[in-house]
Ligand binder design. Structure first.
Ligand SMILES: [Zn+2]
Length: 279
């Protein structure tokens, strides 16, 4: 938690409320929150927020000053939040960075993260390009279907870990992997090498529709996710299997949702999600 839909919701709110604002001050409370580029911090004062992008589960703020572009990239994966001034948070001691702005609707963006070590990077264009190449695979919202199919055909191993492998497909975590696989009727432990192309296409279409629907709902609020304005994502009410262990399968097949303990919990229906080649 936050995964792609939550990070996308964060990026959209910041875009709507702060694009074009001038950054007046940037206070870093703990030096160890910054993974790289801390020495460039003074450059950002007086720069204009020109671009807000999402990469995987991270949000990149693009600033321009005197013809130069630099970025502040905040990782949201697992526990990070970006919050506007009026939004309260529990454990305010975990606010590690404060950006103050003028010229637009919001005056402040705070970065909150209880896992403080190295979660923010200050990068120039070359640094951002290298960061993206190193960390992020294809984006599930923009990868063409043919490329997605080729990608799966080139991989080995089980399906769910692959969907969550950020250097292969960037942005999907445990919640959405479970929801996508249930709707695509594919077992989490299915061997990727044993997927037919029709199943890969079904997976692709399902992945896109789940993520788009979740973004339209503002994401899912599980384990303390809030958008910058403090609102909660509503997609949680549409979860079909995540956290539903022991409940009847929503497909009315008569079985209950089971939970597999692997490195992350998998929730699935043993009848509806086949692990056989025919599926
Ligand atoms: Zn079922």
């Amino acid at each position: 938690m936050p995964e792609l839909p939550e990070a996308e919701s964060v990026a959209r709110q910041i875009r709507a409320h702060l694009l074009g604002a001038q950054l007046n001050d940037c206070v870093v409370g703990r030096a160890d929150i910054v993974r790289e580029g801390l020495s460039t911090l003074p450059w950002y004062r007086g720069a204009m927020l020109e671009d807000v992008a999402r990469y995987g589960k991270s949000v990149a703020l693009g600033f321009r000053k005197e013809g130069e572009l630099r970025y502040i990239v905040a990782e949201l994966g697992m526990t990070g939040l970006l919050l506007f001034h009026a939004t309260q948070t529990r454990h305010p001691q975990h606010v590690h960075v404060r950006l103050s702005f003028t010229g637009r609707r919001e005056s402040e963006l705070r970065y909150w993260n209880p896992r403080r070590f190295g979660r923010m990077s200050l990068l120039d264009q070359a640094g951002l390009d290298a960061y993206r190449t190193r960390r992020f695979g294809v984006d599930p919202l923009t990868v063409p279907r043919e490329e997605f199919v080729r990608l799966l055909q080139s991989r080995r191993g089980r399906l769910k870990p692959l969907l969550m492998h950020q250097q292969v497909i960037a942005g999907i975590g445990n919640i959405y992997a479970n929801e996508i696989l249930f709707r695509a009727r594919l077992h989490p432990n299915r061997e990727v090498a044993r997927l037919r192309e029709t199943a890969m296409i079904r997976l692709y279409d399902t992945m896109q529709s789940v993520l788009c629907e979740a973004i339209a709902c503002g994401g899912s609020s599980v384990k303390d996710f809030f958008a910058p304005d403090g609102t909660e994502g509503q997609y949680k009410s549409r979860h079909l299997v995540y956290g539903k262990e022991g409940q009847l399968c929503p497909n009315r097949c008569g079985r209950v949702i089971r939970r597999l303990q692997s490195e992350r919990s998998s929730f699935f229906c043993p009848v509806c999600q086949t692990n056989r080649l025919s599926g």
